[in-house]
Design a protein around this ligand. Structure first.
Ligand code: ADP
Length: 310
């Protein structure tokens, strides 16, 4: 499958690099309004390719996306000093008006994979602007938060993250919900697993893991100014699931019909991902507290989409 990436900044280029390293697609085309940047990133990534894969990596303009099966949207502007969240949102929505329109003309059948933050809102913006069914406009959502959650639980219990099944739901952001009550290690409830291997899983441990997941981005940004490798790999993971029709269960964001009585809201729940995009939405059983937190998260996002007129 051929992949387009619009926005060749840190996130877009990291996704391109991760994709090239996984050898799961045939061609990657990078597009950016800064043409020199797109060219340089494509050339740099293409120099990594001979060590690992046979992927063609090049830069181009929108017309070069004609054969793309998936287009990653990583274009955006960053917050100006003193700028409100809503003003930033409006400027990013403006970027998407240009980008989503141009991608739609070049590759009307492509699945859109949204990475620009705030990703849930930008997913709703892209869904509206593209006119595509919501199953084909997928935001990276909590894919990375879920990966961090599984990895921290796994580390605590002394098992691989692949053997932990646990999801982060709702907003990719402060109101996200770590679904502890249905988490499993192997096929065993977490607490039972912890007991059997002689580990504690008390409130203090949970709080440390919660903080590790929820505040990871803040810590990384304070140290290096931005986060991109993790999300780049997360985007490559979603592309792989679509390109190879893997039917993986991943937590990603799409505009969802109804979540905890909130209608048409873009947020993450686990979903089955395959060639057609999202094939099914899954709603894990939650305890009362988690349910209330998910409802609060959904309402917060809904307020933002309403204030943007979506
Ligand atoms: P991030 O860390 O989110 O990747 P960057 O600022 O590094 O942020 O990257 C965002 C990229 O989006 C920049 O390379 C910028 O040139 C690009 N971009 C911004 N607006 C547009 C647009 N209208 N069309 C195409 N690319 C755009």
């Amino acid at each position: 499958m051929n992949i387009g990436i619009v926005g060749a900044g840190m996130v877009g280029s990291s996704a391109g690099y991760a994709l090239a390293m996984t050898d799961s697609v045939s061609e990657i085309v990078l597009v950016d309004r800064n043409d020199a940047l797109a060219r340089a990133q494509a050339e740099d990534i293409s120099h990594a390719v001979p060590f690992v894969s046979a992927t063609t990596v090049r830069s181009g303009d929108y017309a070069d996306l004609v054969d793309a099966g998936i287009v990653i949207l990583a274009a955006g502007v960053s917050q100006k000093p003193g700028e409100t969240r809503l003003a930033l949102l409006e400027r990013n929505a403006e970027v998407f008006r240009e980008v989503v329109g141009a991608v739609g003309t070049a590759a009307p059948e492509a699945i859109l994979l949204v990475a620009t933050n705030p990703v849930d809102i930008m997913t709703a913006v892209a869904t509206k602007l593209s006119g595509l069914p919501s199953q084909r406009v997928i935001g990276s959502g909590t894919i990375l938060d879920t990966a961090r959650f599984r990895s921290l639980i796994g580390r605590h219990l002394g098992i691989s993250p692949q053997s932990v099944h646990a999801y982060v739901l709702g907003e990719h952001g402060d109101s996200e919900v770590l679904a502890w009550s249905n988490a499993r290690a192997g096929s065993i409830a977490l607490e039972t697993f912890a007991d059997q291997v002689g580990k504690r899983l008390d409130a203090a441990v949970r709080q440390t893991i919660d903080d590790g997941v929820r505040n990871a981005a803040y810590r990384i940004i304070s140290g290096k100014g931005a986060t991109y490798y993790g999300i780049g790999a997360g985007l490559a993971r979603i592309v792989k699931a679509i390109a190879h029709d893997q039917r993986d269960v991943l937590s990603v964001s799409i505009v969802t019909g109804m979540v905890e009585d909130v209608a048409e809201v873009p947020l993450s729940v686990p979903r089955v991902i395959g060639a057609a995009g999202v094939l099914a939405d899954l709603f894990p059983e939650l305890d009362q507290e988690e349910q209330a937190a998910l409802r609060k998260s959904a309402m917060l996002i809904k307020q933002a989409t309403v204030s943007l007129g979506l």
